[in-house]
Design a protein around this ligand. Structure first.
Ligand code: PEP
Ligand code: MN
Length: 369
């Protein structure tokens, strides 16, 4: 897929505005205050997909007039969320500059296709939020549907993923998924919606810095003149002034530098890393040779391949050792899981060559507690 930029080359791209358009005064007041903070795009939800009924579901079409007025008065382009073809037609009629597809819509290929069909023949930019569930293909699929409809000015918005259980985030970021998207589509702009990731204003700044460190092209931030009084998402909204302070305090990181000192120090570290990686591979190969030997011994004595107790003990010991070296338990578990699967494959090839030749999921075999 080939994409064209939605925004100009200025970085970071700043998108801000209230979660929902509530009153004409609130929309205009927020837009004017944000103009002074140098934003590139003003956002406000008109149709609000709420998780549960009874919450404020958006002001509807009349809000489009307020957005249009905000654009005329401030000169800042405006964006709102669309979830069906009717929303698209209304936005096109009112000259909304950019559309966004929300997380609860990206999840549904029927809805995304309906929106793509309604947009065919236009060249309006569209921002595509990740689906609520961490399904990379569904996110890419939504981008593809728009691309197939002839749109090229498409950008992605990372807003985190629903999860059940305790987390400091409202929607856990799972940064790797956004990084994968950046790597697969290097020319596409990827924006970080820190407000919906955090769900609370006290961790916005640290999350924005993280997004900058990961080279996101910009931020989407919910702002409101009286955040605590907001009709939706009150806990995560901040005032336009606070938004300006937060953005001003962020460390900008360059992608690279041609400073000779930088290049020399990087080269030193990288060549050492390359050596270590080679060593890791040959050590793993040595480990696997021992695994093959164990496979032969087990075959000889007719002993089962899978030894859950041994694996659990090994994992626990290495996790404890890892912790002493600032390696997280999760990392050690993932690393060992990969090594262990390869070991089981090896032993299976020795003990049960016929079954081992058939494609199957060895990971289903052993107990992951
Ligand atoms: C929003 O941006 O206000 C919104 C509803 O976002 P999401 O689709 O990410 O939940
Ligand atoms: Mn919101």
């Amino acid at each position: 897929m080939n994409f064209q930029p939605v925004f100009d080359l200025k970085r970071p791209i700043l998108i801000a505005g209230p979660c929902s358009a509530e009153t004409e005064e609130q929309v205009l007041q927020t837009a004017h205050a944000l103009k002074h903070q140098g934003i590139d795009l003003f956002r406000a939800g008109i149709w609000k997909p709420r998780t549960r009924p009874g919450a404020f579901e958006g002001i509807g079409t009349q809000g489009l007039k307020w957005l249009k007025r905000a654009k005329i008065e401030t000169g800042i382009p405006v964006t709102t969320e669309v979830a069906n073809a009717q929303h698209v037609y209304e936005c096109l009629k009112f000259g909304i500059d950019v559309l966004w597809i929300g997380a609860r819509t990206t999840v549904n290929p029927f809805s995304v296709q309906e929106i793509a069909d309604a947009l065919e023949g236009t060249d309006i930019p569209v921002l595509v939020k990740n689906p609520v569930n961490p399904d990379y293909k569904l996110w890419v699929g939504a981008l593809e549907r728009l691309h197939k409809a002839g749109l090229r000015r498409i950008a992605a918005v990372h807003r985190g993923f629903s999860s059940y259980g305790d987390s400091k985030y409202r929607n856990v970021p799972r940064w790797q998924m956004a990084i994968d998207l950046m790597q697969e589509f290097p020319e596409m702009e990827v924006i970080c919606d820190i407000s919906h990731i955090c769900g609370r204003r006290d961790i916005l700044a640290e999350t924005a810095q993280k997004a900058f460190d990961l080279n996101f092209d910009g931020l989407m931030v919910e702002t409101h003149p009286n955040p605590d009084q907001a009709w939706s998402d009150a806990a995560q909204q901040i005032t336009p002034a606070r938004f300006g302070e937060m953005v001003g305090a962020l460390q900008r990181r360059a992608i690279t530098s041609d400073d000779p000192d930088f290049l020399a120090r990087m080269e030193n570290c990288r060549s050492e890393i390359d050596d270590i990686d080679e060593e890791i591979i040959s050590m793993i190969a040595r480990r696997m040779n021992l695994v093959s030997e164990i496979g032969a011994i087990k075959k000889d004595k007719n002993i089962a391949v899978l030894q859950p107790e041994r694996f659990r003990a090994l994992r626990e010991a290495l996790q404890r050792r890892g912790e002493k070296n600032e390696l997280s338990r999760e990392f050690i578990a993932m690393f060992l899981e990969a090594v262990h699967q390869e070991s089981i494959n090896r032993q299976e090839r020795i003990l049960n060559p016929v079954a081992a030749a058939a494609p199957k999921q060895i990971s289903d075999l052993w107990i992951n507690d």
